[in-house]
Ligand binder design. Structure first.
Ligand code: NDP
Ligand code: MG
Ligand code: MG
Length: 340
């Protein structure tokens, strides 16, 4: 079993007298910056002029250009969108790196796939909360935390792991548990999870169920409730008690149906498809496609997004959610949550 680090295992002193630059003030950035500040860490924000800049100022932070923040800081946490990190790193961060500084990531993509290649005299590590930024912030305020992964890619100072643990503690993660991994493991499992299960697998499953009912002549509104809306209730039960806890709460008829139909839907073929998806991630084929797609200004991403947004399930869902203000209110707190 993996070793899990908690508050008592961590010496946060390594961050004392150090300045942390949080570069980016979006989902993760605002949460890291505010949690670190409340834990007593000296924080500056690195940004371009714009929406996030104004928000970080409003929240009382010292906001600098990415270049100036990187120059001032000992520890530079990069919380920019993954696709833009390599260019911003090259132009504004790399020239400010000096021996002994630390470069930190919340996802391993750019390091693992060599889109960012740091000099050998800086620490490079990861602190990756396993939850959306808004939850990282909310749980910290509640005295709790979101679990996180740490990984050391390069240990120039000899204390990279201690700094990673201290950072994880100061954002509240060690209240919940911190696990050590590698950039490779985090990157590959994160991509696989979102593609096969969390985002790709689930949205395709929901859509296929909805379409099957509608094509068979059932009302789209009923299909929406059965195949999409109710999913949250089931997932909440899984989150609290695993599959067994979920099955304890559903009816025996539903549980029998689960046992009978599940393996007919997710078959050996599906599992083979999952292995293929994993292979594409491991070989770098997925990464290459996504990097090239971005270089071409996202033609396929945008076309697919438009097509998906015009699906009947979105039309029906918009109307039904409009009648359930509590649903909308709740989802506002986690906008962007599925990004990682
Ligand atoms: P967001 O898209 O929410 O925020 C990005 C931030 O970067 C914004 O503040 C944006 O500011 C700023 N930014 C964008 N372009 C530039 C630029 N050219 N110069 C300066 N600032 C810029 O990102 P996330 O928080 O979702 O992701 C950040 C990192 O965290 C990624 O590595 C991601 O993989 C990782 N991660 C994300 C999770 C999540 O829950 N979302 C979970 C775990 C890890 P502006 O307002 O100016 O556009
Ligand atoms: Mg039912
Ligand atoms: Mg991800």
């Amino acid at each position: 079993m993996a070793k899990v680090f908690y508050n008592g295992d961590v010496n946060e002193g390594v961050l004392q007298n150090k300045t942390v630059a949080v570069v980016g003030y979006g989902s993760q950035g605002h949460a890291h910056a505010q949690n670190l500040r409340e834990s007593g860490v000296d924080v500056v924000i690195g940004l371009r002029q714009g929406k996030s800049w104004d928000k970080a100022k409003e929240d009382g932070f010292t906001v600098l250009s990415v270049k100036d923040a990187s120059e001032k800081a000992d520890v530079i946490m990069i919380l920019l969108p993954d696709e833009y990190q390599p260019t911003i790193y090259k132009n504004e961060i790399e020239p400010q790196l000096k021996e002994g500084k630390a470069l930190v990531f919340a996802h391993g993509f750019n390091i693992h796939f060599n889109q960012i290649v740091p000099p050998s005299n800086v620490d490079v590590f990861m602190v990756a909360p396993k939850g959306p930024g808004h939850i990282v912030r909310r749980t910290y305020e509640d005295g709790a935390g979101v679990p996180a992964l740490i990984a050391v890619y390069q240990d120039a100072t000899g204390s990279a792991k201690d700094t990673a643990l201290a950072y994880a503690k100061q954002i509240g993660a060690a209240r919940a548990g911190v696990l050590e991994t590698t950039f490779q493991e985090e990157t590959e499992t994160d991509l696989f999870g979102e593609q096969a299960v969390l985002c790709g697998g689930t949205s395709a499953l929901v859509k296929a169920g909805f379409e099957t009912l509608v094509e068979a002549g059932y009302q789209p509104e009923v299909a929406y409730f059965e195949c999409l809306h109710e999913l949250k209730l089931i997932v909440d039960l899984m989150y609290e008690g695993g599959l067994a806890g979920m099955r304890y709460s559903i009816s025996d008829t539903a549980q029998w149906g689960d046992f009978q139909a599940g393996p007919r839907i997710v078959t050996e073929d599906t599992k083979q498809a999952m292995r293929d998806v994993l292979t594409d991630i491991q070989t770098g084929r997925f990464a290459k496609g996504w990097i090239l797609e971005n270089q071409a200004n996202r033609p396929e991403f945008n076309a697919t997004n438009d097509r998906e947004n015009n699906h009947l399930i979105e039309e029906v869902g918009k109307e039904l959610r409009g009648m359930m203000p509590f649903v909308n209110k709740q989802s506002k707190g986690v906008v962007g949550s599925a990004k990682n």
